[in-house]
Write a protein that binds this ligand. Structure first.
Ligand code: IPE
Ligand code: IPE
Ligand code: MG
Length: 247
């Protein structure tokens, strides 16, 4: 399947909503947290595959603002899994030249998770391959509210004129300011919704939904999504004729 890829038309940035861990566990007669554990295996495989294909940015939705409302024991299990996964995977991230970054309201994470995360971000900051961005305690409405506060503050302090607020100013105040917008959004687990993920940044992303539960998601599923992406015509509001004549 890899041979079918057009390497001149790869999505530069892929965002994934990794959904279906709980249902995968249920289907296999296991506790929900075991679904999350298996999900961590998929993360490893997909990060490796994305790097090999030549994707530049991969943003993974690992924990949403709304996920704080899950039963405390599940939240605790997810926070513990974050620590063990980072500890286990950091050597491979180094080996594979992957740079880790994180977005979200990270202050809400337990101290140990925060420490582990910033240690790994620090250590991998020298890497130059795939940038892996974990969305943790993240939601788009949280992010847009925060950006709005910062922009209002700049206006109030006289650092920014009201008339100068435009799309670039908003984008510069988002947590994703240093990266291009995702070209492709993949959601596993069969739901057809965005769940408060990158609402601004996904404005022109191609959306791809698959029923495959995240713990079952493998390189071949990623390739299928990219191949589907490559069949689409991205028009950005223009006509098909315009787009073809620009090629
Ligand atoms: C996604 O899987 C992982 C997180 C949201 C942390 P879920 O835990 O939402 O799995 P389902 O949707 O219940 O199957
Ligand atoms: C979205 O999955 C969040 C993550 C994958 C981290 P959810 O399972 O929380 O989404 P909903 O509740 O089904 O919309
Ligand atoms: Mg879910």
């Amino acid at each position: 399947m890899k041979a079918e890829l057009d390497f001149t038309r790869l999505p530069q940035h892929i965002a994934i909503i990794m959904d279906g861990n709980g249902r995968w566990a249920q289907k296999n007669g296991l506790e929900r947290y075991m679904g999350h554990q298996e999900g961590a295996v998929s993360v490893r495989k997909i990060v490796e595959a994305a790097g090999e294909i030549g994707i530049n940015y991969l943003t993974l939705y690992a924990f949403s603002t709304e996920n704080w409302n899950r039963p405390q024991e599940e939240v605790d299990a997810l926070m513990a899994l974050l620590i063990t996964t980072i500890q286990r995977e950091t050597p491979d991230l180094m080996k594979n030249n992957v740079r880790l970054q994180a977005i979200g309201d990270l202050e809400r994470l337990p101290q140990k998770s925060k420490d582990e995360l910033s240690g790994c971000i620090q250590e991998t900051s020298v890497n130059t391959g795939l940038t892996l961005i974990l969305a943790l305690s993240y939601s788009s409405r949280w992010e847009i509210s925060k950006a709005t506060r910062e922009i209002a503050q700049a206006v109030q302090a006289g650092r920014l004129a009201l008339a100068d607020i435009n799309e670039s100013v908003v984008a510069e105040h988002l947590t994703t300011q240093q990266w291009p917008d995702p070209d492709l959004l993949i959601r596993t687990g069969g739901e057809h919704r965005i769940s408060n993920y990158l609402l601004w940044q996904l404005a022109y992303a191609e959306l791809y939904f698959t029923p495959v539960f995240w713990p079952d998601f493998r390189e071949k599923d990623l390739l299928e999504a990219i191949l589907d992406f490559q069949k689409r015509e991205r028009r950005f509001g223009k006509t098909g004729e315009q787009v073809k004549s620009e090629k």
